[in-house]
Ligand binder design. Structure first.
Ligand SMILES: [Zn+2]
Length: 225
C-alpha cells in the first residue's frame, strides 16, 4: 500500500457519529469540510499512523472478498482484523435461489474465517465493508449479524464502511449499535402482543434478545415464547 492510497482516505473518529447530523456533511466533496469543521461536528481525524494503516489493511482485505449475492444482488465486500493484527476477508453468499436455503452475511463470513484461521483466542477487533462507489456509509448490521458479533466483547470491536473511491471513513465502536438509537427498537415497542407472538418465529425479534437493554421488553418476549 502506498502513501497515495492512505491519503485517499480520511479516517474519522465516529464516536459521536449521528446519521441525521452527519450524513449530509459526509456526502459533500472533501474540500467543503475543513478539519476544524469536522472536529466541531465531533468527528475528529484519527492521526495515529499505525491505527490508520490497520484500517487500510482491513479495506484491502475486504477488496479480496468475492460475494455471491444471487438473491439480493447486494454485494457486501467484508474485511476484518484480529486483535493480533491478522486480516481476514469474506463476502456475503446467497445460494439456492428461490429457496433461501443458505445465506451467509459478510460479518458471519469474516467471523468464521478468523475462527478457522487464527482460533478462538485471536478474535476480530475491526470489521470493515467496502463499497464500489459513493460514500462509505456507517454500516447498519442486521439483527442476526449483531447477535453474531455479540459473541465478542462489544467494547473492543470497531466497524466502518469505506468507498473504493476513497473519501471519509468513519470508524465507530460496535457498542454504538447496541444503544437506543436503533429505530427498530422503538418500532418494536409499538407492536401489539399478537404481532409479537407472530413475530417470535422470525429472526428479527429473536435478535433483540439481550440487546434491547429493556428488561420489561425482554420479559414480555420471553413470556410470549
Ligand atoms: Zn447480517
Amino acid at each position: 500500500m502506498s502513501v497515495d492510497t492512505i491519503y485517499k482516505y480520511l479516517f474519522l473518529d465516529g464516536t459521536n457519529y449521528n446519521p441525521v447530523k452527519h450524513d449530509e456533511v459526509l456526502q459533500k466533496p472533501k474540500k467543503h469540510s475543513t478539519h476544524k469543521e469536522l472536529n466541531m461536528l465531533g468527528l475528529p481525524l484519527i492521526y495515529d499512523t499505525k491505527t490508520v494503516l490497520n484500517y487500510l489493511q482491513v479495506i484491502i482485505a475486504a477488496k479480496k472478498s468475492q460475494p455471491t449475492p444471487d438473491q439480493s444482488g447486494f454485494y457486501v465486500y467484508t474485511g476484518a482484523m484480529t486483535a493480533s493484527g491478522k486480516t481476514v476477508y469474506g463476502g456475503n453468499h446467497e445460494k439456492g435461489v428461490g429457496k433461501q436455503d443458505t445465506i451467509t452475511h459478510g460479518e458471519e463470513a469474516v467471523i468464521a474465517r478468523a475462527l478457522d484461521d487464527y482460533g478462538i483466542n485471536d478474535q476480530i477487533s475491526t470489521i470493515g465493508f467496502l463499497r464500489k462507489t459513493g460514500i462509505g456509509l456507517v454500516p447498519r448490521h442486521c439483527g442476526s449479524c449483531r447477535d453474531a458479533i455479540l459473541k465478542y466483547d462489544p467494547s473492543k470491536i470497531k466497524v466502518f464502511g469505506a468507498s473504493e473511491e476513497g473519501g471519509y471513513v468513519i470508524v465507530v465502536p460496535f457498542s454504538k449499535y447496541l444503544k437506543e438509537d436503533f429505530d427498530e427498537t422503538d418500532e418494536f415497542k409499538k407492536f401489539s402482543p399478537a404481532e409479537i407472538k407472530q413475530g417470535l418465529a422470525g429472526i428479527k425479534i429473536a435478535s433483540y434478545r439481550g440487546i434491547s437493554q429493556d428488561t420489561m421488553l425482554e420479559e414480555k418476549m420471553c413470556s410470549v415464547a
